[in-house]
Design a binder for this molecule. Structure first.
Ligand SMILES: NC(=O)C1=CN([C@@H]2O[C@H](COP(=O)(O)OP(=O)(O)OC[C@H]3O[C@@H](n4cnc5c(N)ncnc54)[C@H](OP(=O)(O)O)[C@@H]3O)[C@@H](O)[C@H]2O)C=CC1
Ligand SMILES: CC(=O)[C@@H](O)[C@H](O)COP(=O)(O)O
Ligand SMILES: [Mn+2]
Length: 385
C-alpha cells in the first residue's frame, strides 16, 4: 500500500528533497498535504504537480495569493500556523515529514504524535526545545519518530538490530564554514562567508548554526532525546569530509559507522521507508575517490556554543529552549546584517543568564520560555520591532 505523506515545510531544502524521493518512487508514496511559510508560488506549483488534498500557507498574508493560484484544482487551501499543526494531525495521511525550521516545528511535531502518526523528523528544534515532553508522548501514543538529520539517521541505522548497551555515540562534525579560520579572524566574517558550508547545501538558518557549531550542540541534545543516551556518553568528532555521518561504540569496543556522500535524500528515503530501503538511482560511493578520511578534536574555545549546549542538556528544564529561542533571533539578525557573527553566541549567553528557569516544563512553559528568550536576545542586540 502507498504511504500517504504530509510534508510540512515542503518549499524548503528538506521539503524539496522529500518531494524528489516521492517522484523517484511513485508506486510507494502519495503526497497529500504540503505546507510553506510565505513561498506561495512554489507551494502552488507543488500542490498542482502532486494533486495534493491540502496546501497550507503559515503566513496568513499570502492566503489569497495561494487560493487564487490553486483555483480550479481540488486542493483545499488553509492559512495560519495553527492550520499547519491541524494538518499534521489530520486524517488522510500516514506519515508526517516535519521539515519546518525552528521553534515553529514543535506544535506540529506534538500534533502528529498525538494523532499517532509516523513522524519523519528533520526539525531538530522540536527535540532541542521539547524533547522531554515529545519523546514520552511518542512512546505513549506508539508513534514512531524516525530522524532525518544525517547524524541521527546514521546512529539509528547503526543501532538497528542491536540490543546491547551503547558505550558512546560519536557525532561527526564538518567544522562549518569557519573551520579553517583562526579565532581572531571571526570578528569580521560576513553573511556570505558563513553561508558557504564546506560540504552540505542546506537552508540558511541551519547553515549559520553549522558555522557557530550551535548545530552540533543541538545535535547532541537531539541524540540524547532520540536514543536516551546521557550527555557524557555523546562525543563530537571533527571530520571535515562529512563522509562518516556518525558512529556508535559498543561495550565490547566495536564501532559501527554509516558512510556515504553528503546527500540528504538518503536519510530522507530511509526515514520514509524504514524498515525497508529505497532502490536509489545514481553513482555509488567509491572509497578510492576518498582516500583520506581525517579526524580531529573540536576547538572548544573557538566554538563555545558546543559547551553551552552540553550545559543546557545537563541543566534540563527550559535551558535548551532558551538557547534555541535566543539563537533564532540572533541568526535572523545576523542574516539581516543587524549584528556580527560573534554576537550570536553572546546573545545566547545573555538570554541564558537572564531568563527564568523552569525545571519541569509543560508545553505552555516552553512557549513562555521561547518568548522570553527571543525578547532577551532582541534586547541584547538592541533590535527594534
Ligand atoms: N537542509 C538540510 O540539509 C538539513 C536540515 N535539517 C533540519 O531540517 C529543518 C528544515 O531545514 P531546511 O530545509 O534547511 O530549512 P529551510 O529554511 O530550507 O525550509 C524551511 C521550511 O519551513 C517553512 N517555514 C519556515 N518558517 C516557518 C514558520 N514559522 N511556520 C511554518 N513554516 C515555516 C519554510 O517555508 P518558506 O519556503 O515559505 O519560507 C520552508 O518550507 C531544520 O530544523 C534543520 O535544522 C537537518 C539536517 C539537514
Ligand atoms: C546534513 C546535516 O545533517 C546537517 O546537520 C549537517 O550535519 C551540518 O553539518 P555540520 O553541522 O557538521 O557542519
Ligand atoms: Mn545534521
Amino acid at each position: 500500500m502507498k504511504q500517504r505523506l504530509a510534508i510540512l515545510g515542503s518549499t524548503g531544502s528538506i521539503g524539496v528533497q522529500t518531494l524528489d524521493i516521492a517522484r523517484e518512487n511513485p508506486g510507494r508514496f502519495e503526497v497529500r498535504v504540503l505546507t510553506a511559510n510565505r513561498n506561495w508560488e512554489r507551494l502552488a506549483r507543488q500542490a498542482r504537480e502532486f494533486d495534493a488534498d491540502a496546501a497550507v500557507i503559515a503566513d496568513k498574508q499570502h492566503y489569497a495569493q495561494l487560493r487564487d493560484a490553486l483555483a480550479g484544482t481540488d486542493t483545499k487551501v488553509y492559512a495560519g500556523e495553527e492550520a499547519v499543526a491541524q494538518v499534521a494531525a489530520g486524517g488522510g495521511t500516514d506519515v508526517v515529514v516535519n521539515a519546518l525550521v525552528g521553534y515553529a516545528g514543535l506544535a506540529p511535531t506534538v500534533a502528529a504524535i498525538e494523532a499517532g502518526k509516523k513522524l519523519a523528523l528533520a526539525n531538530k528544534e522540536s527535540l532541542v526545545v521539547g524533547g522531554a515532553c515529545v519523546m514520552p508522548l511518542a512512546r505513549e501514543r506508539k508513534a514512531p519518530v524516525i530522524p532525518i538529520d544525517s547524524e541521527h539517521s546514521a546512529i539509528f541505522q547503526c543501532l538497528v538490530g542491536e540490543r546491547a548497551p551503547v558505550r558512546r555515540l560519536i557525532v561527526t562534525c564538518s567544522g562549518g564554514a569557519f573551520r579553517d579560520f583562526r579565532a581572531e579572524e571571526l570578528a569580521n566574517v560576513t553573511v556570505e562567508q558563513a553561508l558557504r558550508h564546506p560540504q552540505w547545501d542546506m537552508g540558511a538558518k541551519i547553515t549559520i548554526d553549522s558555522s557557530t557549531l550551535v548545530n552540533k550542540g543541538f545535535e547532541v541534545i537531539e541524540a540524547h532525546w532520540l536514543f536516551g543516551t546521557p550527555a557524557e556518553r555523546i562525543s563530537v568528532l571533527l571530520h571535515p569530509q562529512s563522509i562518516i555521518h556518525s558512529m556508535v561504540e559498543f561495550e565490547d569496543g566495536a564501532i559501527k559507522a554509516q558512510l556515504g556522500t553528503p546527500d540528504m535524500r538518503l536519510p530522507i528515503s530511509f526515514a520514509l521507508l524504514y524498515p525497508d530501503r529505497a532502490n536509489r538511482p545514481g553513482e555509488r560511493f567509491n572509497f578510492l575517490n576518498h582516500p583520506q578520511l581525517t579526524f580531529a578534536e573540536v576547538d572548544r574555545a573557538k566554538y563555545p556554543a558546543l559547551d553551552i549546549a552540553y550545559d543546557c542538556l545537563r541543566r534540563g528544564g527550559t535551558a535548551a529552549c532558551t538557547m534555541n529561542g535566543a539563537n533564532e533571533v540572533a541568526v535572523a539578525a545576523f542574516l539581516a546584517r543587524k549584528c556580527a557573527w560573534l554576537d550570536i553566541v553572546r546573545a545566547i549567553r545573555y538570554a541564558l543568564e537572564h531568563a527564568a528557569f523552569v525545571p519541569s516544563p509543560t508545553l505552555a512553559d516552553y512557549a513562555e520560555a521561547n518568548a522570553e528568550a527571543r525578547a532577551l536576545a532582541a534586547e541584547f542586540l538592541q533590535l527594534k520591532n
